[in-house]
Write a protein that binds this ligand. Structure first.
Ligand code: UDX
Length: 412
């Protein structure tokens, strides 16, 4: 089948390349010329595990353009829906993409894959399509892709959710997803939109629940990982997303929970649980500073920060829990020496004035304390010998050797 993907970010690129792998002809459209040129050269403009190799294998089926004058077949809208000041989503890119697509189509199907607040597809985007043609169907097909594992998650999903309004939408989407071995849930667009938000809100709540139990466990002098091991043995709970630490970051959880809260408020409903999850998540990273201050006044001290990315195996620092920690330490007059295997260039845009070190050793050299804030595998075994004082506070569970140091875990 012919497919057009509008928005070649980690969702759009993954979606398009995976559909090409499944035998479809794919055309990417993006306003970023550089991205389009890279795709034309067979170079993936973003890193996702396995994406470059899969792209190279399928270049005969992949095209790219920065204009809308050629739209083929089923059109997937994969543009960003970033947060506005009040937490609600900025729909301008999605509306623009839908308008430009509909303008250049006689008939066919437009599939919203961008995360949009429930009701958006039918109440805001469909009227835009109908301005141009009554023969274009619209559907909503949320993504459940983790950054770094997006290709795996696309090809091996737990479920495929398709929110459709007519037989054409159901037929075309079922045909596209047929090669993927996963249950297909057919529903309407608004239910599909809320399934996406509710899934992310629940995962973030699981994490935050583990963090809150962890904060109590810390006061009791016990290890929350032992507690959660027992809790997770209940098949209704499962062991996943119960790893306590400095909290959740990334481009999705914080944005989606704020959008859910803001959208519900506009409908006159206060989502108290979502609000509490966001509040706990804001405070959680600062707990590593409170632990550190048990041992020293951080003013004029040198603090080594190992880990800047919002999670391991990515250079992405969006909503990274390292950001509030660094901000607070600078406010308290501490000197920062930071190291991260991938994310330092991105963090320099947020904190240009702190010292970035190109190795763990250099970051630890003469440091008064060390905070571990991302669970990079290379942090499993660290030699702390070069530190002035060997005080280590861990915000993510990764360190294996704790001999010869004063050690504290945020929730263990
Ligand atoms: C998430 C969802 O997993 C994915 O389904 C959705 O489509 C997009 O958002 P992502 O943001 O890429 O994916 O990262 P994820 O691996 O889910 O981790 C999110 C954050 O939670 C990270 O900061 C991670 O460190 C943290 N986390 C995760 C925990 O603190 N504890 C856990 O047990 C799991």
């Amino acid at each position: 089948m012919d497919i057009t993907v509008i928005g070649a970010g980690y969702v759009g690129l993954t979606t398009g390349v995976a559909f090409a792998e499944l035998g479809n002809n794919v055309r990417f459209i993006d306003i970023d010329e550089e991205k389009i040129n890279k795709i034309k050269e067979g170079v993936a403009p973003i890193y996702e595990e396995g994406l470059q190799e899969m792209m190279e294998r399928n270049m005969s089926r992949i095209k790219a353009a920065s204009s809308y004058n050629e739209i083929d077949g089923v059109v997937f809208i994969c543009v960003g829906t970033p947060s506005l000041q009040d937490g609600s989503i900025n729909l301008e890119y999605a509306k623009e993409a839908v308008e430009n697509a509909a303008k250049n189509m006689e008939e066919g199907l437009i599939v919203i894959k961008s995360t949009v607040f429930p009701g958006t597809t039918e109440k805001i985007l469909l009227p835009i399509v109908e301005k141009y043609s009554k023969k274009i169907s619209i559907a909503m097909n949320p993504e459940f892709l983790r950054e770094g594992k997006a290709l795996h998650d696309f090809l091996h999903p737990d479920r495929i959710v398709i929110g459709i309004r007519d037989e054409k939408g159901e037929r075309l989407l079922k045909e596209l997803y047929k090669p993927i071995d996963a249950p297909v849930l057919v529903t309407n667009p608004t239910v599909a939109e809320l399934i996406k938000y509710a899934s992310n809100a629940f995962l973030a709540t699981k994490i935050t629940f583990a963090n809150e139990i962890g904060n109590l466990a810390k006061l009791l002098g016990i290890d929350v990982y032992e507690v959660m091991k027992g809790v997770a043995m209940d098949h209704r709970i499962s062991p996943y997303f119960l790893n306590a630490g400095v909290g959740f970051g990334g481009s999705c959880f914080p944005k989606d929970l704020k959008a859910l809260r803001a959208g519900a408020k506009k409908l006159g409903y206060d989502m108290l649980l979502v609000d509490a999850v966001l509040k706990i998540n804001d405070e959680q990273p600062l707990r590593v500073i409170k632990l550190l201050e048990k041992y020293m006044d951080v003013r004029n001290k040198t603090i080594a920060i190992l880990g800047l990315a919002f999670k391991a195996n990515t250079d992405d620092i969006r909503e990274s829990r390292a950001i509030p920690v660094i901000r607070e330490l600078l406010k308290k007059g501490a000197k920062i020496k930071a190291y991260d295997p991938m994310a330092m260039e991105n963090m320099k845009r947020v904190f240009p004035s702190i010292e970035y070190c190109d190795s763990i050793d250099k970051a630890l050299d003469s440091a008064d304390a060390c905070l571990i804030l991302t669970d990079w595998k290379e942090f499993e075994n660290i030699d702390f010998q070069k530190m002035r004082k060997k005080i280590v506070i861990e915000g993510r569970r990764i360190l294996k050797n704790k001999e010869g140091i004063i050690y504290e875990g945020i929730c263990w």
